[in-house]
Each structure stands twice: as structure tokens, then as C-alpha cells.
Write a protein that binds this ligand. Sequence first.
Ligand SMILES: Cc1cc2nc3c(=O)[nH]c(=O)nc-3n(C[C@H](O)[C@H](O)[C@H](O)COP(=O)(O)OP(=O)(O)OC[C@H]3O[C@@H](n4cnc5c(N)ncnc54)[C@H](O)[C@@H]3O)c2cc1C
Length: 361
Amino acid sequence: MDTDSNSCMIQRDVDLTEANTLRLSSTAAAKITIQSIDDLHTAFQFHRSEKIPLRPLGDGSNVILGSFINACILDIAIKGIEVVNEDHDNVWVKVGAGENWHEWVSYALSNSWFGLENLALIPGRVGASPIQNIGAYGVEVASYIDSVQFIDLHPSIDRLESVKNYNNKQCLFSYRNSIFKEKNNHRLIVSVTFRLAKSFTAQLSYPALCDAIDKLQLSCPNADDVFSSVVNLRNSKLPNPYEIPNVGSFFKNIEVDSPTLNRLLTKHSSMPYFSLPNADDKPLFKIPSAWLIEYCGYKGRREGCLAMHAKQALVLTNLAKVKDGEGLSAEDVLKFSTGIVHSVYQEFGLSLEIEPQQINE
Ligand SMILES: Cc1cc2nc3c(=O)[nH]c(=O)nc-3n(C[C@H](O)[C@H](O)[C@H](O)COP(=O)(O)OP(=O)(O)OC[C@H]3O[C@@H](n4cnc5c(N)ncnc54)[C@H](O)[C@@H]3O)c2cc1C
């Protein structure tokens, strides 16, 4: 372990098995914990002198880590929650990238800042929330992001630049995607500014959430009711990644146009689908990948130490006993998931896309 002059610790040959929720065996050339923008200067000097890339990481709940990552992992731990503006209807809050996502959602609710209730209990840190535009129960975080503050770490840059700002439009948010999700993204998010509402409007478009709220038989559900219903629903369906290692949905849902949907319905009339809001006149539909995977017989199916979860077919779980030295690698996971992709393609002619990001170098 080395220490640099600013007392920001540089660790070498770091085991990342505990730093990713799929518990894959992985080692990185180096790791630095970033608690402030000052710490990034240390990281940048290290990157220049050792000629290895810098790769940000949060809680590792949406990554497939390669066995050896020849990079310096930046463990983003920048904290802070600050109200930066408000008017009659809204409040703008800047939140450090290292804050825990669920704790931030709870904190917002306790201050009567509304909008994020449906996104409760999503694992990870605030800095990762714009990366894939996290979404759940009919809400995407993009609807509440005012702007994202980041530092550009592009390899061509020879000195650390000042913090830049993208407004919501510049982030190019779409379904589980943004400008920050490109391969080897070089924009390191240091904080996210949210615009939240001062009055609560329940967002109950997602059928399972709507049913759960109906069962409470309330004349007018409040934000706490929605928040707790989301927490209960998630706990009943999704395996806790710290007990059964997983990264949530392993595949994205599939979007198709009308002719493709009609072709599929001719053979599979019971296939579920949902209309998507779209900017142009071309209708788009979402097909739940969980249904496709279940149809192909993979729900609950185990191959070696990997299995698709019995309660949620989209969730790939790692059942290996890491402590006994049986740790799995990214290759094992990709081999298993490729079998699923092939089955779904053969049956439906649709290509499943992996949701978590692969970090190999
Ligand atoms: C049980 C479970 C349920 C889940 N449910 C959902 C869900 O409902 N909806 C959903 O959208 N997701 C879900 N996820 C996925 C995951 O929780 C989110 O994607 C989350 O935002 C990842 O946060 P993280 O801190 O773990 O990011 P990491 O996994 O550490 O990183 C993800 C990617 O973001 C990059 N990154 C991280 N921080 C920064 C930063 N500060 N600057 C630049 N790049 C950065 C990393 O390099 C990596 O490419 C779930 C995961 C699990 C395990």
C-alpha cells in the first residue's frame, strides 16, 4: 500500500470480489478512494505516471468485472447534500456522487421533497444514478435530474480540468441509457442536482404498485405509503444482493415496432407488451424480457453455480461459495448468459441486451 503527499491512499493489486454485488473474482491494478475533488489530483497524477486508465466505481451493483482490470479503480465517496435553489413549487438539491441512493431517497422524503419515492431501495450510489438513468415502478430518474456535474478524464487531457455541467437535455437520457453509459466513459460524475416537487403526486402507472396501494384501501395515499409499498414489493421479489449475489435485471427489456410486435403475436398470442411514449409518430412497444426468458425455460434454471432467480427470471444469481475458493469469473457469467440470449433469439428472433456494464480494462 502506498501513500501520496496529499495523504490520499493508493492501494495496489486490489481484490474487488467484495466490491461487486455479483461477487465475481476480480483484481484491479490499483484503487484510490475519492472523497473530494482534491483527491482526484492524486488519481490524475497516478494515471499520468503509471499510464493506466482511471475507472470510477460505486457499489458495484451494475457491473460485470473482468478477472484482471489493468486500471486504477476510483472508489467514489464524495459526500454532501445541499439545497441550491427553490421556488414556490420546487427545490433544487445538489447531492454528492458518493451518497447512498436509498438513503438519499429517504432523506428527500423526510424533507417533503417529492418525486423519487418509486425509486426507493435501488442499490448503489447517487453518482451512478444518471449513468443508466435508473428506473423502477414506472419512474425514471431522468425526470428529476436538473443537471449533472462531472470532471472530464479523457486520455488526451494532460491536466485535471475544472468541473463541467450538463443540463438534463445534454445527458441524452433514454431507457436505461445516457451519454455517461458509453464504453470506457471518461466523464467522472462528482454530483447530481435534482429538481424535486414540494407537493406530492402519486405515480401509480405500474400495475403491481397500483394493486399494492389499492390493497391498503386508503382514500388518498401519501408519499410514505408509496415509498413503503415499493420497499415491500422489492423485498418480496428481488434477492438481496448481499445474501444472494446479483446485479438486479441482467437483461434490458426489449423495444419493438408495430410490424415486429404483430409478427410475434401471430405465434405467441399471450405475450405481454406495453405501449411506449415516443417522440415521433412511429408506435413503439416494450416486451418484458422476463417473460421471454421464462418462456425459454430459464426461470429458476441452474447451471453450475449460476441460476436465473425463481421469483424473477431477469435476475441472474451467483450461487458459488466464494469463501471456499470457488469464485466465478466474468467469463462464466457471459457463457451462461449467452445460452439464454441464443434461446430467446431462436424462439422469438429478438436480441437480448445485457444491462450491467462490463469493465475489463
Ligand atoms: C438487487 C438489485 C436491484 C436493482 N434494481 C434496479 C432497478 O430497479 N432499476 C435500475 O435502474 N437499476 C437497478 N439495479 C442496478 C443498480 O442498482 C443501478 O444501476 C445503480 O445505479 C448502480 O449503482 P452503483 O453505485 O452500484 O454503480 P456501479 O455498479 O459501481 O457502477 C455502474 C457503472 O457506472 C459507472 N460509475 C459509477 N459511479 C460513477 C461516477 N461517479 N462517475 C462516472 N461513472 C460512474 C461505473 O464505472 C460503471 O460503469 C439493481 C441492482 C441490484 C443488485
